[in-house]
Design a protein around this ligand. Structure first.
Ligand SMILES: [Zn+2]
Length: 568
């Protein structure tokens, strides 16, 4: 009460100074929560800045700077003084792998580690792993090693001779395995490459221990399934990770029906808050899609707008780092005129998009290479020309390398590029080698997309990248890595403004999930999702954007981070 009185006294003086302003309304409804004295960036163009917010029933009922905000304060209203702190809309990551974020915490974390250190970690894990179990890890990247060459099974055989090892590359598109794992999966010289994947081989045709894209499944399907209890644990860890990073919503880039059931049981338990937009992953290499997959139809806004299942996710190709991105012309740094991995035929993609459309599902196609992007655009265009739909919101996930003439087609067709700004600065050295300077003009080309009329949905692809959205905002604005390199930014002409970057993580991300009517900006009528941060995003030094810390995350009016405040 003391704080509320203080706030009211301060406010009491202001009306004299602003005499003549009309009251908000004769008798406004009373709010549950009122926040005052904030530096609020709303992401709403009509009202981009505000100092006060009133909240009732999980939604904003007033956002603005009018001194009569006090009209919303009733006897039971809780009033908080933000003391000038900056507030942003609840951030939305439009491409992440929700359960994998939690599962990573239970596997060997190999991100940014030198090869020697990774082998030491496997050696330690080997001592603790029982017969019948696998040693699993995630995050290696040969690009940070010296020399930057793919590893081999022999490296792993030395530290784990008789237990299978399965280590996924940082991009999720390659696996490094040992001889025991290859043996268990029955992979040998005589195994053919599957469509859309490669078993890397030595000069004699022997598998070397690296599998890309659909070849990974030949082996991963032999790994015993994770227990239900472990999965629940992973999901809870993932939720914690989102909320503590200021993310109130996540758009999951692929899950299965079983995961939906698990998520539902968690929401029903009352321990789950985070808002998820789920896209069902189309199983690879299955020629027909089960009816069960589409049978339930889309499910929108379950558990008070916390869970929506409305999309499908299809892989067209792999990733640039493991040379699995499907390119129109050969890679610049592989001598055999290699074009990458095409993981689906155009015919099958067309059939899937059509089927999804009949069932009312949005389509998200993973496309990294210029050939994959063109294929997605061609198929979308064909389906849309047969039956126009202004509100399809088809997406291309990553849209990482596009032919210059294809970029305007996104806006023309209404296809949303879902891009991860952190990828540009993580990939920059590698990308230059893979595709050369000419094709780079259409790579990570945010400005070209924006100028041609597209909006960009931003995200991280976590756990491929760290989930921290301020790293993404920083990369969007600077085109620099977190060491501030290169100075002046990598192809800086593709930068976003701070306003655009914020929208890519809020309003535009919401649009990519049909949710801009209820989230993505701080605005009366929308869900009261917001984040209080420790510095002024719009006015701090550029280099500070990556250092921004989350002080509080509020979802539907309730504080969900820090955790000890959840019950408030
Ligand atoms: Zn992904």
């Amino acid at each position: 009460m003391g704080r509320m009185k203080r706030v009211l006294i301060t406010l009491g003086v202001i009306p004299f100074l602003l005499l003549g302003l009309p009251p908000l309304s004769a008798a406004v409804e009373k709010a549950e929560f009122v926040y005052l004295n904030g530096n609020i960036y709303t992401a709403n163009d009509q009202n981009p800045r505000a100092s006060a917010m009133a909240i009732k029933d999980g939604k904003f009922i007033y956002v603005g700077s009018h001194p009569n905000i006090r009209d919303y304060i009733g006897k039971t209203t809780r009033v908080f003084d933000l003391r000038g702190k900056t507030v942003l809309p609840g951030l939305i990551d439009s491409h992440l792998h929700f359960s994998a974020i939690g599962e990573l915490k239970m596997k060997l974390n190999l991100f940014w580690k030198p090869k020697k250190e990774i082998l030491d970690l496997v050696a330690v894990a080997y001592q603790k792993t029982r017969k019948g179990e696998w040693i699993e890890g995630f995050g290696w990247n040969q690009e940070v090693w010296d020399p930057p060459a793919f590893p081999t099974k022999e490296d792993l055989d030395k530290v784990a001779p008789d237990l299978p090892v399965y280590l996924v590359r940082t991009d999720g598109h390659a696996a490094w395995v040992n001889s025991r794992a290859l043996e268990l999966a029955g992979l040998s010289k005589s195994t053919l490459n599957p469509q859309g994947g490669e078993i890397t081989r030595d000069s004699r045709g022997e598998p070397t221990g690296v599998l890309t894209d659909s070849a990974m499944a030949l082996l991963s399907r032999k790994i015993p399934p994770v227990s239900k209890q472990k999965i629940v644990e992973a999901l809870e860890l993932a939720q914690e990770e989102l909320l503590s990073n200021g993310l109130t919503s996540g758009q999951d880039a692929g899950c299965d029906l079983e995961m939906i059931d698990t998520l539902k049981s968690l929401y029903e338990s009352g321990r789950f808050y985070v808002r998820l937009y789920e896209r069902l992953a189309v199983p690879e290499n299955s020629s027909t899609l089960s009816d069960e997959f589409f049978a339930k139809g889309i499910q929108v806004g379950l558990y008070q707008n916390r869970l929506t299942i409305r999309g499908i996710k299809i892989f067209i190709d792999g990733a640039l780092g493991s040379r699995g991105a499907f390119m129109l012309k050969p890679y610049s740094d592989r001598p055999d005129r290699y074009l990458g991995n095409q993981r689906i035929t155009e015919e099958r993609l067309y059939a899937l998009v059509k089927r999804a459309r009949e069932a009312g599902f949005q389509v998200s196609a993973h496309a990294i290479g210029d050939a994959a992007n063109r294929m997605a655009l061609n198929v979308y265009e064909k389906v849309l020309s047969q039956k126009p739909d202004r509100n399809h919101r088809y997406r291309i996930e990553h849209a990482q390398v596009a032919a210059l003439e294809d970029i305007p087609r996104f806006a023309r067709l209404g296809v949303i590029p879902s891009m991860q700004t952190v990828h540009a600065t993580s990939d920059m050295n590698m990308a230059e080698k893979r595709i050369g300077p000419e094709r780079l003009k259409g790579a990570y080309a945010w400005r070209k997309f924006l100028d041609s009329g597209s909006v960009i949905a931003n995200g991280t692809d976590a756990p491929v990248e760290l989930l921290n959205p301020f790293h993404g905002l920083y990369a969007a604005v600077t085109r620099q890595d977190r060491n501030g390199l290169p100075r002046g930014g990598w192809y800086p002409e593709e930068r976003m403004t701070r306003e655009e970057a914020l929208k890519s993580y809020t309003l535009w991300a919401a649009h990519a999930a049909f949710e801009e009517g209820m989230k993505g900006s701080i605005q009366a009528g929308k869900l009261a999702d917001f984040v209080v941060i420790d510095r002024d995003y719009m006015n701090c030094r550029e280099s500070e954007i990556k250092e921004i810390r989350v002080l509080q995350t509020v979802l539907g009016g309730k504080v969900v981070y820090p955790v000890n405040q959840i019950s408030r």
